[in-house]
Design a protein around this ligand. Structure first.
Ligand code: CA
Length: 574
């Protein structure tokens, strides 16, 4: 009896020591079996495993501050019949900190992963965190450089790996590896699986939920870069507006318009806090022509390796600048006036409209946003470059044509708006989607559109209220007051940001606690650290006193504002 107790004690001690399990040989013995995933072969000789002790993370928008230990594991696999090498990275909690959870993570822009930025978000909740390079190796942070085999030829294997295949394989191998590493095979077998990502990482999350019923128990998706061809092309719309209208406002003049819009629209939500929580009311009630004539001033900046010296910007907001801003805020329409895409919200920064200083002509001029330009250069024109050389001859109709061509070309791999997620719902899966209401890069209405498309497709014949309630049981959307693109917003520092999303999702999945509102944390300014709840769509925030939390109310005018008729297209746009 005594020896048995000692034996059990020794076993427990053994299992709790990260140094004993965080070794290449232990990992090699616990990799997924060779026949676990069809079509790929793990190269066991590539395994690395290193304990990392006493890591501190602070001031991240996506998880609270923490100190932790972890085991850093990597290995590669290849696709049978394809000469490739895909590198996986998993951060594993110590055996005592492990809480039967796995977290898959994604990237941003054209990056397939977020480096070391996302994985702590899993570790601190006792989850194994995973990321993949999807086979892009040195190009993993800018995969588009590998999307063509040569000019004129798309490298479809790479595009599929970026589109959804890489995340799927990392997730499935990661779940299996986690079960084996922590011996979840005999008893205590439950493994909860999660996804967390924003922007391109948000699109990657949807790429899984739309395809695989068993993808995750809970997916946290921020401001997804889905409706791919629309999203990439619309980044060029403000540039085309400036070119078409023949006026190139200085960054300082644009900033004056944004700053004054925020000041003017702040009170419309009922609370004067520097946050425009109701951009819908801002668009409907505030005429930005009122900003015309306002003075602006920005000091000169010296030359840097990336920029010429820029003189002081000073003047009064012109009628032309107001006209450009108004056109941008109307959103892209074709040359016949039919709507092509959603508009950015007033209060969002005019980042895409930024002009460039021409030191030769001494004036501000067109500066084509490369994130949009590279889509046209590589994915439409099939040229191995980093941006479209110019916008000569480009009209609003040209933008529509690029969208149409891209939509057809990439429908099955990148568009990522498949609206029927019934299998995922029936498997018990949950989705928490959020989107900053002052997002400069991806129109906030893009997420509303998809939520409404799923609601309509999955609940035919039901009333709006009944179908919205049915959807909110498993898929909730939160528009985040004041937040910019996947980040808290220095221009509206008192707005909340949902920093504890994984904790909220864990409560929902593992304890059945529905997030009626989403937990938000003020991340900047004098109120930093304070809590503020965020309303679930279709309810909208209203303050009637100086309370921290808003009331969340239904407002038909608001719902109507957020729903667009994209009548430039005859096919459904989900
Ligand atoms: Ca406000």
């Amino acid at each position: 009896m005594r020896s048995l107790a000692i034996s059990a004690l020794l076993t427990a001690t053994y299992a709790s020591n990260i140094h004993d399990v965080c070794t290449p040989s232990y990992v090699q013995q616990h990799l997924p079996a060779p026949d676990f995933y069809q079509g790929l072969t793990i190269d066991t000789s590539t395994v690395t495993a290193n304990p990392v002790i006493n890591v501190t993370v602070v001031d991240n928008d996506f998880y609270p501050d923490a100190v932790f230990d972890y085991c850093n594991v990597s290995f590669t696999y290849s696709h049978n019949g394809v000469n490739d090498e895909v590198a996986l990275t998993y951060w594993l909690p110590t055996p005592t900190d492990f809480q039967n959870r796995f977290l898959a993570t994604g990237g941003g822009g054209y990056a397939i992963n977020s480096g070391n930025q996302s994985l702590p978000g899993g570790i601190i909740y006792g989850a194994v965190g995973g990321l993949t390079d999807a086979g892009f190796g040195a190009a993993q942070s800018n995969t588009v450089t590998q999307w063509l085999s040569s000019n004129g030829t798309l490298h479809w294997h790479n595009i599929y790996m970026f589109g959804y295949q890489g995340i799927r394989e990392m997730s499935e191998l990661g779940k299996e590896f986690t079960k084996s590493f922590f011996n979840l095979t005999q008893s205590n077998t439950t493994l909860y699986s999660y996804y967390q990502g924003c922007s391109e990482g948000g699109r990657e999350g949807w790429s899984q939920v739309q395809r695989y019923a068993d993808a995750y128990d809970g997916a946290i998706v921020g401001a997804p870069a889905f409706r791919w061809s629309f999203q990439q092309t619309q980044l060029l719309y403000p540039d085309v507006v400036e070119q078409t209208m023949g006026y190139y406002p200085s960054p300082c003049e644009l900033q004056a318009i944004v700053n004054q819009t925020i000041i003017s629209c702040d009170p419309l939500d009922g609370k004067v806090d520097g946050v425009v929580a109701r951009t819908d009311l801002c668009y409907i009630q505030f005429n930005i022509s009122a900003i015309q004539g306002q003075p602006y001033y920005c000091p000169a900046t010296p030359a840097s390796p990336l920029s010429p010296a820029i003189p002081a910007q000073q003047g009064n907001v012109t009628q032309e600048a107001i006209a450009v801003a108004k056109k941008i805020l109307e959103g892209l329409h074709d040359d016949q006036g039919r709507r092509v895409y959603f508009a950015p919200t007033p209060s969002a920064q005019f980042t895409e409209a930024q002009t460039g200083w021409n030191a030769t002509s001494n004036q501000w001029g067109l500066s084509v946003l490369s994130l949009g330009g590279v889509f046209v250069e590589v994915e439409i024109d099939l040229l191995n470059g980093s941006n479209i050389p110019n916008l000569n001859g480009v009209t609003y109709d040209t933008l529509k044509d690029w969208i149409y061509e891209g939509m057809q070309r990439f429908q099955g791999v990148l568009e990522t708006t498949w609206p029927d997620i019934t299998p995922y719902k029936q498997a018990g899966g949950k989705v928490l989607m959020f989107h900053g209401e002052s997002d400069w890069g991806i129109p906030t209405a893009s997420s509303v559109r998809y939520w409404e498309s799923v609601r309509q497709i999955m609940n035919p014949g039901m009333s709006y209220n009944d179908s919205a309630a049915a959807q909110n049981e498993f898929f909730r959307l939160f528009l985040v007051p004041g937040a910019t693109h996947c980040a808290s917003n220095p221009a509206e520092p008192n707005g909340p940001f949902p920093q504890t999303n994984l904790a909220v999702m864990i409560d929902w999945v593992e304890h059945g606690i529905l997030p009626e509102t989403l937990n938000g944390t003020i991340r900047q300014g004098p109120s930093k650290g304070q809590n503020q709840q965020i309303c679930a769509w279709p309810l909208r925030p209203v303050w009637s006193g100086n309370t921290s939390n808003p009331e969340c109310l239904y407002d038909q005018q608001s719902v109507d504002y957020w729903n667009y008729d994209l009548n430039a297209f005859n096919v459904p746009i989900y």
